[in-house]
Design a protein around this ligand. Structure first.
Ligand code: XMP
Length: 325
C-alpha cells in the first residue's frame, strides 16, 4: 500500500544500494522536485551528497534564503552556493530578445554548474569517486520523454537550459515513479519547509523572462518588490491553491503618465498574470476577487517606486503563453 513512509524507506534503500560508498552531486533550483530529490538522497547517504545552488540573481524575494538557510536547516545537507549574479547580469547586459535571454541564462548556468562540479571533484579526498548526479525527474517527465533512462536531458525544457550531454555521471532519480502531489507529500514527510514544498511553478530563467526589455539589477529589484506584494496578498487571501501561478511582469520599455502625490509621474506598468491550469499546456486567466486585485494594485503603486500603473492580463493560453517571454 502506498504511503509516503513506504516510498521514503524504499527509495532510501535503493539509493544506498545504487551509490554505495561513492559521492553524489545534486543541483538545487529552488523548486520542489530538486529539493525533494536532494532531501531523499541526503537521508540515504548523508555527507556523501553535495548540493549545488547557483544563485543567478534572477530569483524572487527570499527564495535564495529559503534554499541556503531553511532547506539546509531541514536536511543538514552540504551545500555549495555559487553567487553568480554579476556574471549573469553582465552576460544579459543590453539584451532584450526573449530567446536570446533564455540562451544566455541557460549557457551561463551550465558553465557555472560545471565549474562547481569540477571544484567538488577536485576537493574530494583521494579515492573518493564523485560518480552520481541526482535529478528530480518525475513520472510525467519519464512518460513525456518515452520512458528512457540514464539520459541527462530529460527535463531540458524545465531545467535551466538543460544539462550538458557529455556527463560522466550516472543519474540518481528517486522521484521517477511519483506525481507532483506525491512529491509534495514526500517532501512534507521529510520535514521540508512549506514555502518549498508548496511552491508554485517558476521558470528556470526566473525574473529574467519577466522583464520585458533589458534585465538590470535596478529593474530586478523593482520587480522583486512588486512580485513579493502580489504573492503576499494572494497568500493572505487564501488563493494559493486556486491559482496555478501568477507571473508578475515588468514592462520596462513602456512608460505611462500618472499622478501621484501632487506631481505628474512617468513610470512603468506592472502586469499581473494569474492563471488557472492543470498542466500548463493550456490555461485560463483566473477570475480573482476584485478586492484582492484592488489591494495588490494599491500596494504596488504606493510601495514600489517608478511603478504608477497595475494591469491585469485577461488572456487564456492559447493564444497567450503563461509567461510573457
Ligand atoms: P508558457 O509561458 O510556455 O509556460 O505558457 C508554461 C509553463 O512553463 C514554465 N516555463 C518554464 N519553466 N524553464 C522552466 O523551467 C523555462 O524556460 C520556462 N518557460 C516557461 C512557466 O512558468 C509555466 O509554468
Amino acid at each position: 500500500n502506498w504511503t509516503t513512509g513506504n516510498v521514503i524507506d524504499e527509495q532510501v534503500a535503493l539509493i544506498r544500494e545504487q551509490v554505495g560508498t561513492k559521492r553524489a552531486i545534486c543541483g538545487l533550483s529552488g523548486g520542489v522536485d530538486s529539493a525533494v530529490a536532494a532531501a531523499l538522497v541526503a537521508k540515504a547517504i548523508g555527507s556523501q551528497l553535495t548540493c549545488v545552488y547557483v544563485d543567478h540573481g534572477l530569483m524572487r524575494k527570499g527564495e535564495s534564503e529559503q534554499v541556503e538557510k531553511d532547506f539546509v536547516a531541514a536536511t543538514g545537507v552540504q551545500l555549495k552556493v555559487v553567487d553568480a549574479e554579476e556574471r549573469f547580469l553582465t552576460a544579459l547586459a543590453g539584451v532584450s530578445d526573449p530567446e536570446e535571454k533564455r540562451k544566455i541564462i541557460g549557457r551561463e548556468f551550465i558553465r557555472v554548474f560545471e565549474q562547481a562540479q569540477a571544484e567538488i571533484i577536485a576537493e574530494a579526498a583521494e579515492g573518493e569517486d564523485v560518480a552520481f548526479l541526482v535529478q528530480g525527474t518525475l513520472y510525467p517527465d519519464v512518460v513525456e520523454s518515452g520512458g528512457g533512462t540514464g539520459t541527462a536531458n530529460i527535463k531540458s525544457h524545465h531545467n535551466v537550459g538543460g544539462l550538458p550531454e557529455d556527463l560522466e555521471f550516472e543519474l540518481v532519480e528517486p522521484l521517477r515513479k511519483l506525481f507532483k502531489d506525491e512529491v509534495r507529500m514526500v517532501g512534507q514527510e521529510l520535514g521540508l519547509p512549506d514555502e518549498i514544498v508548496q511552491r508554485q511553478p517558476f521558470p528556470g530563467p526566473g525574473l529574467g523572462i519577466r522583464i520585458v526589455g533589458e534585465v538590470t539589477k535596478e529593474r530586478l529589484d523593482l520587480l522583486r518588490e512588486a512580485d513579493a506584494i502580489a504573492r503576499e496578498e494572494l497568500t493572505a487571501a487564501g488563493l494559493d491553491r486556486d491559482i496555478w501561478q501568477c507571473p508578475v511582469v515588468l514592462l520596462a520599455d513602456v512608460r505611462s503618465v500618472g499622478v501621484q502625490g501632487d506631481g505628474r509621474t512617468y513610470g512603468h506598468p506592472i502586469v499581473l498574470r494569474p492563471v488557472s491550469s492543470e498542466d500548463a499546456m493550456t490555461a485560463d486567466w483566473s477570475r480573482l476577487p476584485y478586492e484582492v486585485l484592488a489591494k495588490i494594485s494599491t500596494r504596488i503603486t504606493n510601495e514600489v517606486a517608478d511603478v504608477n500603473r497595475v494591469v491585469l492580463d485577461v488572456t487564456s493560453k492559447p493564444p497567450g503563453t503563461i509567461e510573457w517571454e
